[in-house]
Design a protein around this ligand. Structure first.
Ligand code: EPZ
Length: 423
């Protein structure tokens, strides 16, 4: 088990680059199982979730080679093996192999991926869509068994614009008979990246980024594709807040500024200076940020994956901020940890009221999930004295060596291996 020790008080200044998007690479790795061919992916982030998805794919018979930030996948020998819960439970996004395996093999058996610390993470929208496409689904003993001898297009309206359900149904539609229309689809940029990958393989997907996606079934897909993963907008947003909360001045490279609009707008409302360039963004903050209210919403609303990080900044903002988490029912576990650092937060159901305090104090805290862990790093950057953050493996799921990136900007943060000092 490893931990971070952060000594607060330094302004972050300088320049860092963002890696490829975790929430784009995971569905695209799953989609690569559809074809009996090779995928070469660039700008792949070397993060734990990618390594777990690699394990799932290799278990199914794919060859996956990582070379720096490049990934070579050969899905020729993939077989429809049952995926046990021990694998599926390690990564929620493992449920994305359902859409690709049902398309290629028409028969799959995978364990439920299970919930995680931010909510129950049901699969009902995924299942409803697959049933509408002709799949026979059995849910028993913790497994989803799906069989679809003739997968056909359908016109499905999602009760909620679920990212995963949209992605699974896009993948299920690429070789189906006829056209699949997904209404009230998720509009996240990662959906567009998946569409671009599938179309580069010869699929006919249109409308990603809008609320209606059309997938015209084709007879077969190509067997070789190259694709560059889009930048990670949540990693970029996390760094934007690191600059703002420390009163710093940071240039964040290799971003798509359009993907950052909801975050940039909220930071500017808080009095932070945000300057957009072609593929980078500069964030400067000279004074204490102002408290702002925000509600998490599907894209292009304020992203739920930025809620903990933004809340960390609100704990030291000037004024009172009201935060509503409308996406997940249990995404406030970071509040208890922030309170240990002196934050003044009241929680009423899915609404948190944060009264900004002049300063936070270092404390022993622990990451409860990926973004909550990132929020604690941000709070530690400004807290007086030392903050010790346990369970940084959560942070490593979605960020490549976060401590190295912030050290390069002047932060005092080190990674310590617990087992070394016997604690
Ligand atoms: C994706 O998760 C992301 N993960 C999450 O990022 C992100 O928070 C989430 O989308 C929302 O933007 C990946 O892309 C790998 P959803 P996903 O299906 O697809 C409910 C991070 O920190 N729902 O859009 O699982 C669900 O309970 C992670 O990077 C159903 O009710 O999210 C939740 O309340 C965390 N039934 C809401 O929809 C379903 O069948 C959003 O879930 C599916 C979802």
């Amino acid at each position: 088990m490893e931990k971070f020790i952060v000594m607060g008080g330094n302004r972050l200044t300088g320049e860092i680059a963002v890696n490829g998007a975790k929430n784009a690479i995971l569905p695209i790795m799953a989609a690569s199982l559809i074809t009996k061919g090779k995928s070469t992916l660039f700008n792949v982030p070397i993060i734990q979730d990618v390594l777990v998805m690699q394990k799932v794919m290799e278990y199914l018979g794919a060859k996956v080679v990582l070379d720096g930030n490049m990934m070579y996948i050969d899905s020729e020998d993939v077989k429809p093996r049952d995926i046990h819960e021990s694998l599926m439970r390690q990564l929620r996004a493992s449920n994305l192999v359902i859409g690709s395996l049902i398309t290629r093999f028409r028969k799959i058996k995978v364990a439920f991926p299970g919930g995680c610390n931010i909510g129950s993470r049901p699969m009902d929208l995924h299942i409803k869509g697959l049933l509408a496409m002709g799949a026979k689904i059995t849910e028993r003993y913790g497994y989803i068994e799906a069989e679809a001898t003739n997968l056909h297009g359908c016109d499905i309206l999602l009760d909620f614009p679920s990212v995963g359900a949209t992605e699974n149904l896009m993948m299920a539609g690429v070789l189906a008979e006829g056209t699949t229309i997904i209404r009230n689809a998720a509009r996240e940029p990662e959906i567009i990246d998946l569409q671009n990958y599938l179309n580069a393989l010869g699929a006919k997907v249109r409308g990603a980024g809008l609320d209606t996606i059309k997938v015209e079934g084709v007879k077969e897909l190509g067997t070789s594709v190259e694709h560059t993963i889009i930048p990670d907008r949540i990693e970029a947003g996390t760094h934007m807040i690191a600059a703002a909360i420390t009163g710093g001045d940071v240039l964040i490279d290799k971003v798509i500024t359009d993907h950052l609009e909801p975050i940039s707008a909220k930071l500017m409302e808080a009095g932070v200076e945000v300057i957009k360039y072609d593929d980078s963004i500069r964030v400067k903050a000279s004074n204490r940020v102002k408290a702002v209210d925000f509600k998490t919403l599907p894209f292009p609303g304020f992203p739920t994956d930025m809620q903990p990080q933004m809340m960390a900044m609100m704990t030291v903002a000037d004024g009172t901020s009201i935060v509503s988490e409308s996406i997940f029912e249990n995404r406030f576990k970071h509040i208890d940890e922030l309170r240990r650092m002196g934050a003044n937060i009241k929680l009423e159901g899915r609404v948190a009221i944060i009264k900004g305090v002049p300063s936070l104090s270092g404390a022993f805290v622990e990451a409860t999930d990926l973004r909550a862990g990132a929020a604690l790093v941000l709070a530690g950057l400004v807290a007086e004295d030392a903050t010790v953050i346990e369970k940084v493996e959560y942070i490593d799921r979605g960020y490549e060596r976060l401590e190295s990136k912030y050290s390069s900007l002047g932060a005092r943060i080190i990674r310590v291996n617990n087992s070394r000092n016997g604690s």
